[in-house]
Design a protein around this ligand. Structure first.
Ligand SMILES: *Cc1c(COP(=O)(O)O)cnc(C)c1O
Length: 383
């Protein structure tokens, strides 16, 4: 008997682990040698699958992993029992007592958090690492850059906490270099004037996300970068330094043609008949829809590749099916592969373009590929 896992795929994501490894090595090569690499693998490694991605990044030499929450940290612990992990999100009060179990470094932004964590670590009789986060203008986590001293001192006085890092996050590094420079200035000012006796050598001092690499400071105290999107081969912007990084897409999104048929001019296509055929047409019904993560906003707007050619989406994307125009491609047949994001022959639909059809950004697109979509890993180690 067949098992569900041996059935042909109707819609799947291909994840190229060798490309991921090359991307990490290329990013590293573009950075000063002393910069440590914090691999950001939150949200199931941007939808790519945490265990497989983290294992390959460990092999490629990431220094530290950053996740959003304790459940993600626990999943990482299964793969790399000793690998350092930074929790980027704020811990809930009732989560604090679990932090020592997973041996994670926790992001702190307030005296209250510091005191609560210190109590939790004391109760567990274990020392806990923390990274002090400074808000330099993002308005999200972190202590406001002019009010850092009390939090810094609370960490220094906490019996069970060890300051392992200081960091900030850029809110506009992909499109506002001037504001990013101001954020750097605020951060350095806070280190200089509000963190007495800061031992910069022993700490992770980090600010840059993928887009930050455009304006990274080669000199100064920064000694680590936090890379998410770029390691998956997606450029967050088109600016300068990044052009040295040879980033290849890791993710592609693929489906199949379930049915091909002819329809007469004037037929209304899909729910609501929002597309009326202007000619006698051949349409292909793809075996994917918004239930897989094809945004409904791509209705009457997006394109897919079939037989290496762009074919427009006709009418509404539905839960399980999407209709495309293949009138000009008479060879198209049921069973053909169709590409939603990625290459087919010489044609390519970049993730950024697909994201624009959904009025969103590549980060969100990667997080929107649903559980129904199997991730197929290419070039695993030893495979
Ligand atoms: C997600 C995240 C990153 C990674 O950002 P990319 O733009 O994907 O490189 C870095 N730092 C923090 C705090 C984050 O939340």
């Amino acid at each position: 008997m067949s098992t569900p896992s041996s059935l042909p795929h109707r819609c799947w994501a291909e994840i190229d682990l060798a490309a991921l490894e090359r991307n990490l090595r290329s990013i590293r090569a573009s950075l000063p040698r002393h910069m440590r690499y914090v691999a950001v693998v939150k949200a199931d490694a941007y939808g790519h699958g945490l265990p497989q991605i983290a294992a390959r990044l460990m092999h490629a030499g990431a220094d530290l992993f950053a996740v959003a929450n304790l459940a993600e940290a626990a999943a990482l612990r299964e793969i790399g029992p000793d690998w350092p992990i930074l929790l980027l999100g704020a811990l809930l009060p009732d989560e604090a007592r679990f932090a020592p179990d997973y041996d994670v470094a926790v992001t702190v932004s307030s005296v209250e958090e510091v005191e609560r964590l210190d109590r939790a670590a004391a109760a567990a009789r274990r020392q806990l690492d923390v990274h002090l986060k400074i808000d330099t203008g993002m308005g999200r986590l972190g202590v406001w850059h002019e009010e850092v001293a009390p939090v810094y001192l609370a960490i220094r006085h906490a019996a069970y906490l060890r300051l392992a890092g200081v960091f900030t996050h850029f809110s506009s590094s992909d499109d506002n270099a001037a504001f990013t420079a101001e954020q750097r200035r605020r951060f350095l000012h806070a280190l200089d004037f509000q963190c007495p006796d800061l031992d910069r050598e022993s700490l992770f001092i980090h600010a840059d996300n993928s887009a930050g690499l455009d304006t990274i400071e080669q000199a100064g105290p920064f000694n680590a970068v936090r890379i998410g999107l770029l390691q998956f081969g997606i450029l967050p912007s088109t600016a300068s330094l990044l052009s040295e990084v040879h980033a290849e897409p890791v993710f592609s999104f693929r489906t199949r043609v379930g049915l091909v048929k002819n329809l007469p001019v004037g037929t209304g296509i899909s729910y609501g008949g929002t597309h009326i055929l202007k000619r006698n047409s051949r349409i292909a019904v793809l075996t994917c829809g918004y239930g897989d993560g094809i945004p409904r906003s791509a209705s009457n707007r997006g394109e897919v590749l079939v037989r290496g050619q762009r074919c427009p989406i006709l009418g509404r994307v539905t839960m399980d099916q999407t209709i495309v125009d293949v009138t000009d491609l008479p060879a198209v047949a049921a069973g053909d592969e169709a590409v939603l994001v990625g290459r087919q022959g010489t044609a390519d639909i970049p993730l950024a373009e697909f994201s624009r059809w959904a009025d969103t950004i590549p980060w969100e697109t990667l997080c929107s590929v649903t559980k129904r979509v199997p991730r197929i890993y290419r070039t695993p180690l030893g495979g």
